[in-house]
Design a protein around this ligand. Structure first.
Ligand code: MN
Ligand code: MN
Length: 460
């Protein structure tokens, strides 16, 4: 049952491809630090690869033809890509789905305050984070400010080398005696995660002169006022680009591998498909997975089902029963990252059933916690089919659980799509330091996951 280390199997040509994919992925990851930015980049790439806007197609009502490539965005935070197959949609689709939201600090609606001549931006963390990991790092602010007239101001400060960055301070070790006695969970309270954004006062102002100065700068440079924070979505993320990790450049250290690595691998797989598939292929990049797939842009919202209904209408297969049949007959890879075995924390894993960096794309028959609670437990028959597809297409894969029984757990979007009665299994890339500001992946696993998603899209 020992799985092969993918690196050992590559010849010179394949090694070149692995490294080239790594470069393309880093470009995407560096440009997409919020779900909105990930959608924007995905649209750019999709257009470049011949995908057309499905919204325009719905407006025109022109009938669908096999081989057509479409993209469809939802609230600028989700995107779906479709390649129309030769078979009827009613027979089911092959679906690959990932999420493009990542753990971060969101800016509060009333965020600014001044104390002792320092101005802070108050945050509310998003997703599962270890608060202490966010201290003393250079941080960037990304997002949108929407004014009352509906105009949207896009903010991206801290990524350009000439940009300023922002930071959350920590107490020096010399004075950290009280802090060091606390457990890691209490080490820093969520309410303490406030960003330092200024210290220079306006000269002719007495009260909150530093804040007044920052507000004047925001007005002058970006054209918005304090009230406009009420309708803003600003996300605090680690500043800087993803980097190669290791002398051998075999890994990538980056923010947001969970789950943009699977999202990008899915996109790449879609772009590499150059034939008319038998079944229609769908690629979903969704939002809000990290907080339970809730809200209008989370997987629990019915935007994907609605998109399939639109697609079937255009294909002359409209109607509720046909839609239900299409969804129930579909097969899906829920593509999300898996906890990579970390020798430094070996005790949290059960080695026979752990995902290792470099051993290829990882299948999780089930996730969940304790007694598989909250899990999508894929059917053995479906797992067998996936194994066969991987082997037939020379994809290196491994299987894993998320750590030891009773050590914790987690979930993905798999169980939500399974509600339609379709076959779904979790499959993704092993990550070290998952949910930390900087996470680690192996380029070999990225390469194998692109191969896996393409093979699944064409053969499931
Ligand atoms: Mn994830
Ligand atoms: Mn996650």
């Amino acid at each position: 049952m020992e799985r092969v280390n993918a690196w050992k199997t590559y010849d010179e040509n394949e090694l070149k491809q692995v490294m080239a994919l790594g470069e393309s992925y880093k470009a995407y990851l560096g440009a997409g630090k919020t779900e909105r930015e990930c959608v924007k980049e995905a649209v750019k790439l999709a257009k470049k690869h011949g995908f057309k806007d499905m919204a325009a197609r719905i407006a025109s009502g022109k009938a669908l033809k096999a081989g057509e490539k479409l993209y469809y965005t939802h609230m600028d935070k989700c995107i779906m890509l479709f390649i129309v197959g030769s078979e009827k949609l009613e027979k089911g689709l092959n679906i690959i789905g990932a999420h493009i939201d990542s753990p971060r600090l969101d800016v509060k609606q009333n965020p600014l305050y001044e104390t002792e001549s320092l101005v802070y931006m108050d945050t509310h963390y998003y997703g599962g984070i270890k608060s202490f990991q966010w201290l003393t790092l250079p941080l960037a602010i990304h997002g949108v400010v929407v004014k009352k007239d509906g105009s949207v101001i896009e903010l991206n400060v801290g990524e350009d080398e000439k940009d300023p960055v922002f930071c959350i301070s920590d107490i020096l070790p010399h004075l950290g005696q009280d802090q060091m006695k606390k457990s890691a969970a209490e080490f820093i309270d969520g309410e303490q995660l406030d960003l330092i954004i200024g210290s220079c006062p306006l000269k002719d102002e007495d009260k909150d002169a530093v804040k007044a100065n920052v507000l004047a700068l925001l007005k002058e440079r970006y054209g918005f006022e304090e009230e406009d924070f009420l309708s803003a979505e600003l996300e605090i993320v680690p500043a800087g680009k993803p980097r190669d990790l290791g002398f051998d450049r075999s890994m990538v250290l980056g923010y947001g591998h969970d789950d943009r690595i699977c999202a990008w691998a899915q996109l790449e797989a879609m772009f590499e498909i150059d034939q008319v598939p038998q079944k229609t292929v769908a690629c979903i990049l969704t939002d809000k997975e990290e907080i339970g797939s809730v809200g209008a842009t989370g997987m629990r919202a019915r935007y994907f089902e609605n998109a399939i209904a639109e697609l079937m209408e255009l294909a002359g297969e409209g109607g509720d029963l046909k839609l239900r049949r299409a969804l129930a007959s579909s097969s899906m890879l829920s593509c999300d990252v898996s906890a990579g075995f970390d020798p430094a924390f070996a005790g949290a894993f059960e080695k026979k059933n752990a995902a290792f960096l470099g051993k290829g794309v990882c299948f999780n028959k089930f996730t969940g916690s304790r007694g598989k609670s909250g899990s999508n437990d894929a059917n053995a028959e479906f797992m067998a089919k996936c194994r066969a597809i991987m082997d037939d297409n020379g994809v290196k894969f491994q299987t894993a659980e998320l750590g030891k029984v009773n050590q914790g757990g987690g979930g993905t979007i798999a169980y939500i799509c399974a509600l339609y009665g379709m076959n779904v299994i979790d499959s993704g890339v092993a990550v070290l330091s998952m949910h930390a500001p900087w996470e680690i992946i192996s380029k070999a696993d990225l390469y194998e996951s692109v191969k896996a998603y393409k093979a699944f899209a064409l053969n499931a």
